[in-house]
Design a protein around this ligand. Sequence first.
Ligand SMILES: Cc1cc2nc3c(=O)[nH]c(=O)nc-3n(C[C@H](O)[C@H](O)[C@H](O)COP(=O)(O)O)c2cc1C
Length: 234
Amino acid sequence: MHAVIINGSPRVKQFSNTDKIISKFAEGFCRDGNTYELYSISDRREWDDARKAYYNNFNIIIALPLYVECVPGLLMEFLETLTPKNEYTQISYILQGGFAEGSQLRCGQDYMKILTKELGCSYGGTLVKGDNFYIRFADERERERRTGIYKEMGAVFSRDGDFFSDDCIKFTGPEVFSLPIRLMLGLMFKTLAKGLAEKTAAGLGCTKPIDCKPYIKNPLPEEMPTAEGIGCRI
Ligand SMILES: Cc1cc2nc3c(=O)[nH]c(=O)nc-3n(C[C@H](O)[C@H](O)[C@H](O)COP(=O)(O)O)c2cc1C
């Protein structure tokens, strides 16, 4: 089996969680001799080839992160350049996001069905999983723990040719967290989360406290016109 995989994240390959997920997924998928070609929407220079691959192949997998509950705008821009095909082309989706509960991704999952119809293709199901915010910040061991599970799903796709099996449904994890877990998470956000965010920010080169409000500490210089001064209503 040959698949065209499109990474729909606007983040450059190096920093894209979706890219790391695709790598693991492809390992499992290629175990039985399958092949794939990958295109990243973040690089507009790949759009022409991605379009050609979409028109010339019948097994397309779009892997995408949720951005504000939606398909990332850049991916949408690319999709709008495609002409609808036919039912012999199957599009399947790997939908991932930051929030861990499956319920957070269901709206996006429903849209994948609509999108497939708009493109005139057959729907191959959507592999849904959240809790992926930290992949790019994680050390090697933790990253392997978070992404390695996609290898098995690559093997499942190789076996079934779609994402409809119970294995894929179970892969999502909890639909909604239980009350004790929600209480524990609430406590964590009030205590440990700030420390973790500070560590992550420092790792990204941030030298100021994460609650720093530079624009409040440094009011506008007098000569700079305010919104009211130039006739704007605020
Ligand atoms: C601007 C922005 C909006 C996001 N919105 C959501 C969201 O609505 N739901 C969600 O589960 N995750 C959301 N996330 C988290 C991303 O989906 C998550 O970090 C994903 O792994 C990013 O993949 P990428 O690095 O390949 O772009 C958002 C992230 C960003 C930066």
